[in-house]
Ligand binder design. Sequence first.
Ligand SMILES: [Ca+2]
Ligand SMILES: [Ca+2]
Ligand SMILES: [Ca+2]
Ligand SMILES: [Ca+2]
Length: 351
Amino acid sequence: MMKSFLIFGTIYLLVLKVSIIDAKLELVGTGDPNIDFVDSASSVTISMDEENQGDVIIAYIIQDKGTNTPEIQFIPASDLEVTGMKIIASGVEKIFNLVVTKRQDYESEYKSFVFDIWDNVDELQKQVNLKIKNIDDNVPFLTSNDLQCSIKEAECCDTGCEYLITDDDREMDQISWLINGEETDERFEFERIYPDNLKDNEMAITLKLRKELDYQDGSFYVINLSIKDTVHSPDPIRVVVPVIDVPNLPPVWVKIFHSKTFDGALEQEFQVEARDGDIGIDTKIYYQLNFDPIEDWNNKVSIYRDNGKISVGKLDEENRDTFTFKVKACEEGTDESEETCIEHEIVFILF
Ligand SMILES: [Ca+2]
Ligand SMILES: [Ca+2]
Ligand SMILES: [Ca+2]
Ligand SMILES: [Ca+2]
């Protein structure tokens, strides 16, 4: 009620103004705060938000002389169809509503229109520039060919994993992102990057590590990434990050013992087993025995290189009760170093 009072009040004042300056065909703004109306000497510029629902009165036409309804002439003429522009009697004499009747979309190719309001009796015209204003009506989303980008453990902090965010509103500076979940938040972060060949509805981010990953802590991570613009906060996207194990750990014993006590008159068999500490690599392990110092009984104890089975001959012929030696497990195909071999002391005790 108040609004229509104000509008008609405005119209009345404008009619007054128009009659004072004796204009014959005039456009005036509606007072709608969502519509900008700028009248310059040569033309009128009107801006309205896209995604209008239903009819929007963008201006009033005041026709002080002439009796016919003014007409519209678009350049090009086909834009009349795009806007569905109509001139409709306002109910007040000599005043007409200029109405956009079709939905406007800033993301389409139609963002601005030029047309004349034409009074063909007195051959008066007024040029109007109608501009469609962008609003944040499109949801941002993550795109990438590389949603399964893998990361090497024990390296920091660039990963080379890049992701594209697309938002057809093209206001990329309004986009923000957030990692959900403490476990991933403390390990990962995303940073904006500026590669070549980005389209104007795209931005790029790269995954960075806050600290080195350790394959032992997990062979992959799922990062729940939320992307937001000024209006939308869609469901988080799951970015899967497999971790690549690198060979940085020595083998570990799976089956081992410190001592065995047995009857030296009987032959024995024992089993030891080790595996690669880098479980993601799982290099084959081979076994050796080391005797220190070299002694006569060495040939009575042996180990199968490939499977860690220790065979013991009859030790009762030796003139002693204890036998000490070392068993060694090494990664196949690598140097015999501290990084790739482990050693363990074993004692046999005869009873
Ligand atoms: Ca739109
Ligand atoms: Ca948007
Ligand atoms: Ca938009
Ligand atoms: Ca490793």
